[in-house]
Design a protein around this ligand. Structure first.
Ligand code: ADP
Ligand code: ZN
Length: 735
């Protein structure tokens, strides 16, 4: 008996092994096996096929051992992963490895680590001052800087970031610069007690459910387009309830669970222990345990983030992708896959119904619906016919008068008044700005020098609360000083971040209870849940934050949403900049007026006439999408073309050289229909001292891009000058 094995290493191709007779009965598709590979006598591999004849002229080796009783992957999952590896141009085995929860990646077999508390690491207060003193302990310094940048994080993350960082961490703990803690119980907040009973559906919801149910057992993809608060989640819940009643399983992908404890809470409340949660806030052991419950059929419903697309749900009948337009479904590091697109592929393999839900569908999904590939379901109104919030623009250009300095991004008089009225009326407000920190740039008055990261080509952000200048690309931090290190002149900060908005809000509405939600203010899922719970309990009047405040929160007390600056994302060199801005504005506006009282949204902007801003005033998704699609077609962007990004990282000299070499190699494959944009330095040209170059290939079909890949693969495998080359099919990040 022969098996085809994908070895869990970043190598191309699969390898054929003999199965010794005693193991033959145990080996099945998707099984983990130990095989001799290279210098290792027992490398971990996955059985991905059963060849009937051996490759010619090769001495075959034997499989050394079978590692699990039950294969971690079902045969259909193996098919899905192999499809994904071909499509996303990932080496075999890499996605298999990435798909598994951490415990299963070790060689210990199915015995996961016992459930125990989650360990956390954080920098002690004042530790930032000690960074400079660690110049002769670079490992400790690196770990400490990482913690200063990330705040309180599960130890697991630190272990992944610094695989050999254990001694440094121990030394830091001993010096009392780092605190290590263990937490055993997941915080239960008031938010999680969602109503368990299913309400009677509205007519629009019922009509959608009828269509979904009629499609059960066939591969059918739906676009569930419903305005914010229209009851999309209730449609998912009831569709899944029907599937569950028939003994089937369901998979629900959400952008981020930590931010939407309400959503997972509703699934738990409805389906109890039948729900397995998979997200990064869990420890490896917890994720492992949830994975096993699904694999064993003990839990039939999986609610998870991106990587849960590979969860071993049994008898999968319904796949839901909530907020399908969210870019967090796109994996950016490691194997670059898109979980929403894979959901549709998985639906095909599993003959399942796929529901893509959104108030602002991505233009890719919309175009698929327009072409009849996806069926459209509409929920055009809010539950109980609650009105959509009114949206007003505040034109910041008119507020700029000489002598009267309103820093761009601070609160206009109208927003201040609205805030005060809201708080006085006992209602709640959300203030949104997509930038954290206090000031986004620090400049010297004397010589004009900006504080920049020495390792990255970006400016440092001033975080006043912690007294540091922080690089948002690499996490490096240094003490903030108002003296310019270059000339000794006085430095001042410009540009507004959430910290400053919080301060402005406190000054504007003295006595109001205000809190901030961003990655500096909260660092764990529990803290996030606790803060959201306080807001939900109305212990807080105003919540200031980054896009963390825009997610699917359902706070009936919120009647005012203030967008402090709508323009932050508009100027980015990205053809999706307008789409992202429209989605963000719609999403955050959707937080207002979800209860008995009507909602109001104030959007401060320098670009009131820009399509994304102007169309958001009337919640006009259709109008926005229509015009945007016309422009995409004219300019040759997706969804009318396909893109392949090739990302090159190396030294200042080697990166451009390798990029040029790749461009030359691609030239023969570039026939009329395929265009090459670049090679060019990335918008953020340097991160962590590594120079980054991009090549962007554009073609009408993925097949044409695969031809490009074949031409580049030999160079990518052995790139010159120690550079790293990564392929990114259907790229999202343009920076
Ligand atoms: P969406 O996912 O579209 O934003 P939700 O499903 O969260 O909307 O619904 C918004 C609110 O309306 C929630 O509080 C939900 O519990 C409630 N809701 C949804 N469907 C119904 C219904 N049929 N009857 C009463 N309330 C509903
Ligand atoms: Zn940096």
């Amino acid at each position: 008996m022969l098996v085809e094995v994908a070895v869990a290493a970043a190598v191309r191709g699969t390898f054929t092994y003999r199965v010794p007779a005693p193991l033959a009965s145990e080996v099945t598709l998707g099984q983990r096996v130990a095989v001799p590979f290279g210098r290792s006598p027992r490398a971990t591999g996955y059985v991905v096929g059963f060849p009937t004849s051996p490759p010619p002229g090769l001495e075959l080796k034997d499989v050394a051992a079978v590692l699990d009783a039950v294969p971690p992957f079902t045969p259909r999952l193996v098919e899905l992963i192999r499809w994904a590896e071909d499509y996303y141009l990932v080496p075999p085995g890499e996605l298999l490895r990435a798909a598994l929860p951490p415990g299963l990646n070790s060689r210990r077999g199915t015995e996961g680590p016992a459930r125990r508390g989650v360990e956390y690491a954080s920098a002690e207060p004042g530790a930032a001052d000690a960074v400079a003193s660690l110049s002769r302990a670079p490992a400790q310094r690196a770990v400490l800087e990482y913690l200063l940048a990330r705040g309180r994080i599960p130890l697991e993350e630190l272990r992944r970031a610094f695989p050999h960082g254990r001694p440094a961490l121990a030394a830091l703990a001993k010096r009392a610069l780092v605190r290590l803690e263990r937490e055993t119980k997941v915080a239960r907040s008031g938010l999680l007690d969602a109503a368990a009973d299913a309400p009677p559906l509205t007519a629009a919801q019922a009509a959608a459910l009828v269509e979904v149910e009629a499609a059960f057992g066939t591969f059918t993809t739906f676009l569930l387009h419903g305005v914010t608060g229209s009851g999309k989640t209730e449609v998912y819940l009831q569709a899944i309830a029907r599937a569950r009643a028939a003994g089937k399983g369901a998979l629900v992908l959400v952008p981020e669970i930590a931010l939407t404890p309400q959503l997972s809470g509703r699934f738990r409340a409805r389906f109890g222990d039948d729900v397995a949660l998979l997200h990064s806030g869990l420890s490896g052991a917890e994720r492992h345990a949830e994975w096993q419950r699904l694999r064993a059929g003990e839990a039939r419903i999986c609610v998870g983030v991106r990587s849960a697309i590979f969860a071993p749900v049994q008898d999968l009948a319904v796949i839901v992708v909530d907020e399908e337009h969210e870019s967090s479904f796109k994996q950016e590091d490691g194997p670059a896959y898109h979980a929403r697109d894979l959901a549709v592929v998985r639906g095909r393999y599993e003959e399942a119904v796929v529901i893509l839900g959104s108030a602002t569908p991505s233009l890719e999904t919309l175009e698929n619906a327009r072409r009849g590939r996806y069926r459209r379901l509409e929920l055009p109104a809010r539950i109980d016919d609650r009105p959509m919030p009114t949206v007003e623009l505040v034109d910041l250009r008119r507020l700029r008068r000489p002598g009267q300095d309103l820093a761009p991004g601070l609160l206009s008089p109208r927003l201040v008044d609205a805030l005060a009225e809201t708080v006085a009326a006992g209602q709640q407000a959300i203030l949104f700005l997509n930038r954290r920190g206090f000031q986004t740039l620090v400049v010297c008055e004397g010589c004009g020098e900006e504080a920049r990261c020495p390792d990255c080509s970006i400016a440092l952000t001033h975080h006043a609360r912690r007294g540091v200048l922080l690089c948002h690309a690499c996490g490096r931090s240094e003490r903030m000083s108002s003296t310019c290190p270059a000339c000794g002149g006085v430095r001042f900060g410009v540009g507004v971040g959430t910290e400053q908005v919080e301060e402005a809000a406190r000054a504007a509405v003295p006595g109001a209870r205000i809190a901030r939600l961003d990655r500096d203010a909260v660092t764990t899922a529990d803290e996030t849940a606790a803060l959201l719970a306080r807001f939900a309990r109305r212990d807080l009047d105003v919540l200031v934050g980054t896009q963390m405040v825009t997610k699917g929160h359902d706070f009936p007390g919120v009647t005012l949403v203030g967008v402090v600056l709508a323009d932050t994302a508009l100027a980015l060199p990205d053809f999706r900049a307008g789409e992202r801005t429209f989605q963000l504005l719609t999403q955050v506006a959707g937080r207002a007026g979800r209860g008995a009282d009507a909602g109001r949204v104030l959007v401060q902007t320098f670009n009131p006439a820009t399509r994304a801003v102007a169309r958001s005033v009337n919640h006009d998704y259709a109008g926005f999408a229509e015009e945007e699609l016309v422009e995409r077609r004219r300019r040759g962007w997706p969804p009318f073309t396909r893109l392949l990004a090739v990302r090159v990282e190396g030294s200042e000299a080697s990166a451009p050289r390798a990029a040029e070499a790749l461009a030359r190699a691609a030239r023969p494959a570039l026939q009329g229909e395929i265009a090459l944009l670049g090679p060019a330095p990335a918008a953020i040209e340097r991160i962590r001292g590594r120079t980054r170059w991009h090549l962007l290939f554009r073609a009408p079909t993925p097949q044409a891009l695969f031809r490009v890949h074949r031409a580049l693969a030999p160079i990518a495998r052995r790139p010159p000058g120690g550079v790293e080359v990564r392929f990114d099919m259907d790229p999202h990040a343009m920076l």
